[in-house]
Design a protein around this ligand. Structure first.
Ligand code: GDP
Length: 202
C-alpha cells in the first residue's frame, strides 16, 4: 500500500507550531487509548511508527509523518484524560479549534473511537468543530474485533444513525488493528482526501 511509505518527519509542541502548510494533510485524533497509534501502525505496516503508549496524561507532541513531499499524516495528542488540568484542556481545545478552522492544507480528520462507546462528549465536540470548519470526518470505530459480528454491525448502524446529527460529511466504519477489518475503507478514504484515487479504467 501507498501508506507503507510513511516516514517520521517532525514533532511540534502544539498544532499552532506546525511548520509546513503546503500540500495536503490528514489528521488523526481520538481519546487516549482509543487505538490511534495502533491504527497508524496498521495503516503504515510499521510496528513503531506511532508509539503505542500506556502512560496517560503526559504532554504529548504532535507527530508528523510524511508519505511524500507535501502529503502528510498528522498524529494529534490523545484527549480525554481526567487528570489533565482544566487550563491545559482549554488551551488544547482552543488550539485544536484554530487548527481545524485555519489549516488550509487539512483535507480530512480521522476520529478514532472505541466501538463499544463511540461519540463521547469530547468526540462530539471535535466532530462538530470539524463539520463547522467544512473538514470531512472519518469516524473509525476501533477494536471492532472485541465484538461479535452481529453486535458489531448493530454498533456501526447505531453510530451511522448518530452521525447524521452532525449534518456534515461524516463517514462511519468499523476498524480493527488486530485483524485489519476496515483497513481498505480507511485507505480508500485517505486516497480520496489525498487525491490518490486510481482512475477508472474500462
Ligand atoms: P492510543 O492511545 O489511542 O494511541 O491507543 P493505542 O493504539 O496505544 O491502544 C490502546 C490499547 O488498545 C492498547 O492496549 C492496544 O493494544 C489496544 N488496541 C488498539 N487497537 C486495538 C484493536 O484493534 N483491537 C484490540 N483488541 N485492541 C486494540
Amino acid at each position: 500500500s501507498y501508506y507503507t511509505k510513511a516516514k517520521f518527519s517532525t514533532s511540534a509542541p502544539d498544532i499552532l507550531h506546525l511548520d509546513q502548510s503546503s500540500g495536503i494533510e490528514v489528521a488523526f485524533a481520538g481519546r487516549s487509548n482509543a487505538g490511534k497509534s495502533s491504527a497508524l501502525n496498521t495503516l503504515t505496516r510499521q510496528k513503531n511508527l506511532a508509539r503505542t503508549s500506556k502512560t496517560p496524561g503526559r504532554t504529548q507532541l504532535i507527530n508528523v509523518f510524511e508519505l511524500e513531499e507535501d502529503l502528510r499524516l498528522v498524529d494529534l495528542p490523545g484527549y480525554g484524560f481526567a487528570k489533565v488540568p482544566l487550563a491545559m484542556k482549554l488551551k488544547w481545545q482552543k488550539a485544536l479549534g484554530e487548527y481545524l478552522q485555519k489549516r488550509e492544507c487539512l483535507k480530512g480528520l480521522v476520529v478514532l473511537m472505541d466501538i463499544r462507546h463511540p461519540f463521547k462528549d469530547l468526540d462530539q465536540d471535535l466532530i462538530r468543530w470539524a463539520v463547522g470548519a467544512d473538514i470531512p470526518v472519518l469516524a473509525l470505530l476501533t477494536k471492532a474485533d472485541k465484538l461479535k459480528a452481529g453486535k458489531r454491525k448493530a454498533q456501526v448502524l447505531m453510530a451511522r444513525e448518530a452521525s447524521l446529527a452532525f449534518c456534515g460529511d461524516v463517514t462511519v466504519h468499523a476498524f480493527s488493528s488486530l485483524n485489519r477489518l476496515g483497513l481498505p475503507e480507511l485507505e480508500r478514504k485517505l486516497d480520496e482526501w489525498f487525491g490518490l484515487e486510481k482512475p477508472i479504467v474500462d
